[in-house]
Design a protein around this ligand. Structure first.
Ligand SMILES: Nc1ncnc2c1ncn2[C@@H]1O[C@H](COP(=O)(O)OP(=O)(O)OP(=O)(O)O)[C@@H](O)[C@H]1O
Length: 263
């Protein structure tokens, strides 16, 4: 199965952030959710983001995916610097270049599995390439379920529809936010295998936020946040090593986020 990413993505780096900072609110109640994050995400690799609750994982992912604008710093995704895009261009970039898989599968209940999968294309006024649609459906193992509505599918099957929907536009990056959070361990294993396969056989770039060391161990790399800062970077993770790092972070973690005093 071939799915060549664009040249600027194959150049090696899919996403780069520099000096990324996000502050919510102002004055004594302000919270710094990201406090100067410099990180590169390699193209065609599977990276997990971990860290204690409140460490900034969702905020980081939302800034990377153009769902939220940072207070300072830059995010470059493919050949686009997100801060330079107006809201309309940012919306188009999210629609055309980014795939999302959320913890709640976010499928439309009145549409069939197939209609849900091609929805991002339908919204963009594009027709699905039938050969690619077939490949994606085979890859996610939903061949005989395409006419079913989400309520007629198991949680694991619904999440596979969500992955197919993320793959259908051949995005530069798929962002997955706790994608196994609502799945039992078997469906969770299936989903992680699927994401892994998308990376290994399709050259897809995947960035996943997770609390689960077993899920993180399926990634090529795990980056750890604490108090809005990148504090560890683990290549070739195992669940044991991930647990070990998390244990140390929990032991040393201060308040949930850094309050900004006197500003
Ligand atoms: N919209 C918001 N307004 C104010 N504070 C916010 C907002 N969103 C997040 N925060 C704060 O920013 C910090 C980081 O939050 P974030 O959700 O990114 O952490 P997280 O690591 O994803 O946490 P969890 O693992 O619990 O989901 C937290 O202190 C949170 O309370």
């Amino acid at each position: 199965m071939s799915h060549a990413p664009p040249a600027h993505v194959t150049a090696g780096i899919a996403i780069t952030t520099r000096g990324l900072r996000k502050q919510y609110g102002s004055g004594p109640a302000a919270v710094v959710a990201l406090d100067g994050v410099d990180v590169d995400f390699a193209a065609g690799r599977f990276t997990a983001i971990m860290g204690p609750s409140g460490s900034g994982k969702s905020t980081l992912m939302h800034c990377l995916a153009g769902l939220d604008r940072p207070t300072a710093g830059t995010v470059r995704l493919g050949d686009a610097e997100l801060g330079r895009l107006d809201d309309r261009r940012l919306t188009m970039l999210r629609r055309d270049r980014i795939g999302f898989v959320f913890q709640r599968f976010n499928l439309l209940p009145t549409l069939s599995a197939e209609e849900n999968i091609v929805l991002p294309l339908a919204i963009a006024g594009r027709q699905p390439d039938p050969a690619w649609l077939r490949q994606v459906v085979v890859a996610v193992g939903l061949g005989d379920r395409l006419r079913h509505r989400p309520a007629e599918l198991s949680g694991g099957q619904q999440q596979r529809v969500a992955v197919a929907r993320a793959l259908i536009t051949k995005p530069w990056v798929i962002f997955a936010d706790e994608p196994t959070g609502n799945l039992d361990s078997r469906a969770s294993g299936d989903l992680l295998r699927l994401l892994r396969e998308a990376v290994d056989t399709l050259g897809q770039t995947v960035v996943m936020v997770t609390h689960d060391p077993v899920a993180a161990a399926r990634a090529d790399r795990v980056v750890f946040l604490a108090d809005g800062r990148l504090v560890r970077d683990l290549a070739e993770p195992t669940a044991e090593r991930v647990l070990d790092v998390l244990g140390h972070l929990d032991a040393t973690a201060g308040p949930i986020a850094t309050p900004v005093r006197g500003r």
